[in-house]
Design a protein around this ligand. Structure first.
Ligand code: MSP
Length: 516
């Protein structure tokens, strides 16, 4: 298929605050988006993947000051830590979006002006509560109050009382449009519980107009005509998703036209705690500017430890760099997507990580492949050709290969990642059972029968490796050498003749047992 006929898929992670310490949660979130990108690529989509850093705002300004640095210098150094992390974790992306990029800043200025022109922004006074840490305005009714001090209801950060001149965006004008839109577009927000919560907490409570500028600090994009005002960091940050593609009101760049305006699927992966910004403000901003909306906002839960949430005060925050010293990144990525249900909070521990690796990759998948390749090498020096035999067990096993792939796709197309990996493991378990039932080691004198079984196993292993490649491409690369093939293609899974002319190579242990 020519490149121009392919469907497009654009997926983004949140752009992370470079002031935060590297956290296993960053690695988790970015892995989910990266795996979905890899899946769509194998499904023959034209894909783009964005991650990046959110570099303006009061929090960053404060941190830079604490470190005696100019904010720009500070974010340059901090952002590099994320870039190095993605290198180490072998996560490749198409865009690393930084809100301090000149192109981004110009777009945000233009957007602000456009909203002013459209009279959707007006000047007034803001009086209320603000969390610098979350860069979030909080209603008094929602804040937690202890001894005259207010706290954020979820993150529990201290809130400041802010009283200053501010520009406001007429968000209330759009709340009924939003409710209508989300309820008509079933897959716009996943999971549905997120929408229910937002509706109860904000939309049913009269959405207040949103303060979109601050005057008490400097570090951000200034309002051109009124430069004591700095544009609210979330208004600035959200637009990175399109500024990186080259959005402009007139003459946008090709990437914006192709992957957004005329694009097929646009997915924002976000943590559940930032759903208010992505599911309320973002669609409203876009709608107000007559820009197309993304197709899906996929909110994931938190990664926690067996003892509960990670926090600086508990001292149990897992730094991904420490893990990467000990384990290959693909083992960790495999755990993230195969054992954690993204729409819930999920427990991570090194013990669980190792148990998963040994049980799934070493004992189930690795063992199946080793048994298959070794038996082939012991008994055949020529290719083994597929024969369509009318035998229930063989037919069912071939059907299972086809069905597993169908289920895997169905799950991934609906972002049920954990379930899709269950399909792979289930197939591997069943193929191991098939070996136990057919006992090929007893068929050395019946090479015809043996070749039928081993060919089915080869086809099964191929399907498993094609499916698992989206999370561990480097391990799968090693199997390409053993299987003597260039690619594990989705298109070839149902073609059982693919090994008819191939002599596989000697077996090699790819997933070796990890000892604690
Ligand atoms: N800068 C904003 C996002 C702007 S997007 C236009 C931001 N940055 S952040 O650095 O705080 O990153 C938050 C994201 O990191 C979460 O939404 C989540 O994807 C990821 N995680 C950080 N800690 C996490 C866990 N403990 N568990 C899972 N992911 C979490 O918010």
């Amino acid at each position: 298929m020519s490149n121009t006929n392919k469907k497009t898929f654009y997926i983004t992670t949140p752009i992370y605050y470079p002031s935060g310490n590297l956290h296993i949660g960053h690695f988790y979130a970015t892995t989910i988006a990266w795996v979905l990108k890899n899946y769509k690529k194998k499904m023959n989509y034209d894909v783009k993947f964005l991650t990046g850093s959110d570099e303006h705002g009061q929090k960053i300004e404060k941190k830079a000051k604490e470190n005696n640095m100019e904010p720009q210098n500070y974010v340059d150094i901090q952002t590099d830590k994320f870039i190095q992390l993605w290198k180490k974790t072998k996560i490749d992306y198409d865009f690393f979006s930084r809100t301090t990029n000149i192109q981004h800043k110009e777009i945000v200025e233009k957007i602000f002006n456009k909203l002013l022109e459209k009279q959707l922004i007006y000047k007034d006074k803001y009086k209320g509560l603000y969390s610098i840490n979350d860069e979030e305005f909080i209603l008094e009714t929602q804040a937690i109050k202890i001894d005259d001090q207010y706290y954020h209801p979820v993150s529990k950060h201290k809130l400041e009382i802010v009283e200053e001149e501010s520009y406001f965006f007429k968000i209330s004008k759009f709340s009924s449009w939003l409710v209508d839109y989300v309820e008509k577009n079933n897959n716009f927000i996943i999971p549905k519980t997120i929408w229910k919560e937002l509706k109860n907490n904000f939309l049913n409570n009269n959405l207040e107009d949103l303060s979109v500028t601050r005057i008490s600090f400097e570090w951000g994009i200034k309002v051109k005509k009124d430069p004591k005002h700095v544009i609210y960091v979330w208004l600035d940050a959200l637009f990175n998703y399109i500024s990186a593609l080259g959005f402009d009101f007139e003459n946008p760049k090709n990437d914006f036209v192709k992957y957004w305006k005329n694009g097929d699927e646009i997915v924002h992966l976000i943590g559940k705690e930032i759903s208010r910004f992505h599911c309320i403000y973002w669609p409203i901003f876009l709608h107000a500017l007559d820009i197309k909306l993304p197709t899906t906002i996929l909110a994931h839960g938190w990664i926690i430890t067996p003892e509960g949430k990670m926090s600086k005060s508990k001292g149990n925050v897992i730094n991904p760099l420490d893990l990467l010293e000990k384990y290959d990144s693909e083992i960790i990525k495999y755990f993230f997507v195969s054992k954690l249900n993204i729409v819930k909070d999920g427990i991570f521990s090194e013990k669980l990580l190792l148990e998963t690796y040994n049980a799934d990759l070493v004992n189930t998948i690795g063992n199946l492949i080793s048994r298959t390749i070794s038996m082939i090498k012991q008994n055949f020096s020529k290719p083994i050709v597929f024969k369509d035999i009318d035998d229930d067990l063989n037919k069912n096993t071939l059907n299972l290969i086809v069905k597993s792939f169908e289920n895997y796709k169905e799950n991934l197309d609906n972002f049920r990642i954990l379930e899709s990996f269950e399909c792979i493991l289930n197939l591997a378990r069943n193929l191991n059972k098939y070996i136990d039932l057919t006992m090929p080691w007893k068929l050395k004198d019946d090479l015809d029968k043996l070749s039928i079984i081993l060919n089915i196993l080869l086809n099964g292993c191929y399907a498993i490796l094609a499916m698992i490649e989206i999370v561990c491409p480097d391990y799968v690369k090693e199997f390409k050498q053993i299987f003597n093939i260039n690619e594990f293609d989705f298109e070839q899974i149902n073609n059982f003749h693919k090994f008819d002319n191939i002599v596989v190579n000697e077996n090699k242990i790819v997933f070796s047992k990890f000892k604690q």
